[in-house]
Design a protein around this ligand. Sequence first.
Ligand code: HEM
Length: 411
Amino acid sequence: MTAPDTAVLDLPLRHGGDPLTPRLPLAELLERRDERLIPYRFPNGVVGWMTTNMDDFKAALSDERLHAKRFLGEPQPCPVSVSVPDMPGFIPSMNGPEHLRIRRLAAGYFSVKAIEQMRPFIGSVVDKHLDRLAQHGPAVDLITEFCLPIPSEVIGQIIGVPHDEAPAFQRAAEQTIGQRKGGKDDPEAAGQAVAKLHEILGAVVAARRRNPGSDLISHLTKADDPPLSNAEIAGLCTNLLLAGHDTTASSTAVALTILLSRPDQLATFVADSGRVAQFIEELVRFVFVIAENGATIPRLVTVDMEFAGRQLRRGDWVMPATGTANIDPSVCLHNPLELELELERDPVQHVAFGYGPHTCLGQHLARAELQMMLSRLLQRFPTIRLVQPAAALDWNDEAFIYRMYELPVTW
Ligand code: HEM
């Protein structure tokens, strides 16, 4: 690869703290943002270039010469915990017209309009879990009773996966994008968990071909120009199940921990229910739960090219990062390392959901879930509080999707 001439950043980045300090490395990276591309090295020795500002982030994600790429069988250019094997229909590592063809078939189920129509359904799932919390009484663990089951149930229903399969996709996520703290990367176990999920989905696809309903899988079985194979549908839905519950669950948990630890921000959030959508945008900008400075899937340089002031060679890697893009002066008029809900201004133009052809397919769903989960929980239980300080929570910043294992609260 093009030889680095500045200090190489050794990954993984560690925060050494708790859910309240996920932005610690950003302060350091902020000082190097003039470099535009910072060389990084993964523990497996793969070296690449990380973007530091908003313009280069967007340019990288919309440049057709950079290909999203990730598969087993060669040195992993991405965080070692991400060991989802490649499979047909798995859109994050597809490119060009093939990627677009499959992505488009699912896009209608996640558009702004479709999610608006789904709000009553999402609200009913949230309310059902709030009723359960009320029946259970204080104290409860919000991860198992609230943050994880709601996005799992919602994405499962949209796709058309029977509810009793939720543990299978939660397990597959835990062994791939959310590996246990201290656990070794185990691509074999991860591969098996994902293969199991793929098999479960394959059976659902076959059943829906015989007896279609109104879910996404049934819709995908009707594609005819050209048709999708069972394996492609199962691959796409494996992606949607993995991406569609863990990120939202973790973001909700971290956002709640921050709000419950910051009375000033909490007071602002609950005082103005008309601005919940705006508050969620600032929370999503601030609460990034994706490792390595909010990394997207690494992009492989396919031709020699000039990029961000550097000459890159075919075979180099570029990793666009949402974390530093989201503290760029162009989106932060205030202190970029602070959460500031009280600002009277339009929602921040962050890129926490990515940019370009691979921009998050589920972003409108994630927004609706976060809005309803946070605002309804805080309305229903106005005296809710953490049982222990945030610094004492079991916080895993070693996984690709940061997570907490428990969030005990009382009211
Ligand atoms: C707060 C929650 C979420 C965050 C922060 C998030 C973030 C992201 C980011 C940054 C990307 C771009 C990756 C890249 O360019 O390499 C992405 C892609 C994706 N996300 Fe999300 N996501 C969230 C929730 C969801 C949900 C609920 C779904 C469910 C449908 C979902 C499905 C996807 C899919 C399918 C892709 C790949 C799209 C493609 O390659 O065309 N995400 N997400």
